[in-house]
Design a protein around this ligand. Structure first.
Ligand code: PLP
Length: 482
């Protein structure tokens, strides 16, 4: 981080801001201070979290928040949007340049919102557009009631094929309880039950049989890379639109760790991402698209999204500018290398990993060999100051709530400067906690999937060992709150 992004300048910025906040609602200032203390004191291994730079965080705290700017650059439903236009255009330009995409849309408020815009724009481009042309109407308002009903039926009759949740897909990839599972007739592809790996022949066979309008690729908890050239080939064979959700691994694409066939941007018709995970920006989303989809994506707000958060778009521009610097490529490579070190740390201690390892930023630890559910493991680790989240493993015997896995990611601690030795030590500490955790029983005396007991002294020992590493790699160095 540059000097202006650390040390006394940042300390005075935050101390003064907190003083202003405290003058109105001191409890919010206190919670904000406490959150920094908590984040500093814990091993943050949640694969979807990171630490944005002070420049990114500070950008969000301004009066850009006060402006309504529905619509798109140069074409707003409100007057006086010239500065928002500047902000949005800059963020989009950084996104296009960073990812080498023909078009970028930076308004989505989150990853789920970005995915909804993608689905809507695919339907608009591939169903609504041709339908209007067929009946000779310029827009939906010109349709007769009868044609409108037919169009609604067409909209609701489309098919989507995505990765199943327990194989690592996201709930917006056609999971039934999610809106994506209701908007579309959906089917899912899984991973190989033996290896846990994606089998492109199986995806192809499913696609040929199901003939989806949308083929979704991307994941929340798959610890491997995807060959997007192959996914595009499959999409083309069945006439599907390839939609890639790179929410998790956008930082590895931006940092040029995933290149060639592993970079989704040239292959996908539409790519969506969050901006706050491995990309290390503010909480938010964005979309990249091939030219043919740009006009429909551009209508995301107000067709799908509420008014843009201009202060967050500004922070996206700052984060994307950071990601275009050479240091970000070093960071991204470190994230991937550290995941290898973490995986090796587990494997050398006899732990079981889904797919036997990793080649991205995620390690998915199967905790059944410790006799635990994911829920028990997650809770025991949290007691010891290790923040993770439980996650399903393929064909999970404990279901999606209790689960059998723990998902771990390296983006956050890599930002703090953790390297090989630290990640090996992290694996050692996690194994130590899990080996010393016993599953509990229910009141009726049957095995519980939630309760557990952690042997005395283990939590403190692990916290002390973590503190040594965390002190060596401070979060926001030089930032001292009063
Ligand atoms: N897509 C994927 C693959 C994700 O993992 C997530 C978040 O967990 C999302 C979308 C949703 O992102 P958000 O929480 O910003 O809506």
């Amino acid at each position: 981080m540059s000097d202006a992004n650390s040390g006394s300048l940042v300390s005075s910025a935050y101390n003064q801001a907190l003083e202003v906040i405290a003058s109105v609602e001191p409890r919010i200032a206190d919670a904000t201070r406490q959150e920094l203390a908590d984040q500093r004191a814990s091993l943050k291994l949640i694969a979807s979290e990171n630490y944005a730079s002070p420049a990114v965080l500070l950008t969000m705290g301004t009066w850009l928040s006060d402006k309504y700017a529905e619509g798109t650059i140069g074409h707003r439903f409100y007057a006086g949007c010239q500065n928002v236009d500047t902000v949005e255009a800059l963020a989009a330009e950084h996104a296009r340049e960073l990812f080498g995409a023909p078009y970028a849309y930076v308004q989505p408020h989150s990853g789920i919102d970005a995915n909804l815009v993608a689905y809507w724009s695919i339907l608009a481009h591939r169903v609504e557009g041709p339908w209007l042309e067929k009946v000779g109407a310029k827009n939906v308002n010109e349709l007769s009631d009868e044609d409108w009903e037919k169009l609604r039926h067409e909209f609701g009759s489309q098919r989507l094929l995505g990765m199943s949740l327990d194989s690592g897909g996201h709930l917006t990839h056609g999971f039934r309880p999610n809106i994506s599972g209701k908007m579309f007739h959906q089917q899912q592809y899984g991973t190989d039950p033996e290896t846990g790996l994606l089998d492109y022949d199986v995806v192809r066979a499913k696609a040929k049989e199901f003939k989806p309008l949308v083929l979704v690729a991307g994941y929340s908890a798959y610890p491997r890379r995807i060959n997007f050239a192959k996914m595009r080939e499959i999409a083309d064979e069945v006439g599907a639109t390839l939609f890639v959700d790179m929410a998790h691994f956008a930082g590895l694409v931006a940092g040029k760790v995933f290149t060639g066939d592993e970079n989704p941007v040239p292959f996908a018709h539409i790519t969506a991402t969050t901006t706050h995970k491995s990309l290390r920006g503010p909480r938010g989303g964005l979309l990249l698209a091939q030219e043919e989809y740009a006009p429909s994506v551009d209508r995301g707000c107000p067709m799908v999204l509420g008014g843009p958060l201009s202060h967050v778009m500004a922070a996206k521009a700052v984060a994307l500018a950071e990601a275009r610097r050479p240091e970000f490529q070093t960071y991204a490579q470190d994230v991937a290398d550290n995941a290898q070190h973490l995986a090796e740390g587990f494997l050398s201690r006899g732990a079981k990993l889904v797919t036997g390892g990793t080649d991205n930023h995620i390690v998915l630890l199967d905790v059944t060999s410790f006799g635990l559910t994911g829920r028990q493991a997650e809770s025991a680790l949290l007691d010891a100051g290790v923040v993770t989240n439980r996650n399903s493993v393929p064909a999970d015997p404990n279901g999606a709530w209790y689960t059998s896995g723990i998902r771990l990611g390296t983006p956050a601690l890599t930002t703090r400067g953790f390297g090989k030795d630290e990640f090996d030590r992290v694996a050692e500490l996690i194994v130590h906690v899990l080996q010393n955790t016993q599953p509990g029983t229910t009141k009726a005396g049957t095995p519980s999937q939630a309760s557990y007991s952690l042997a005395e002294g283990v939590a403190d020992k692990v916290k002390d060992a973590s503190a040594e590493m965390l002190d060596k790699h401070p979060l926001y160095p030089g930032l001292e709150l009063k």
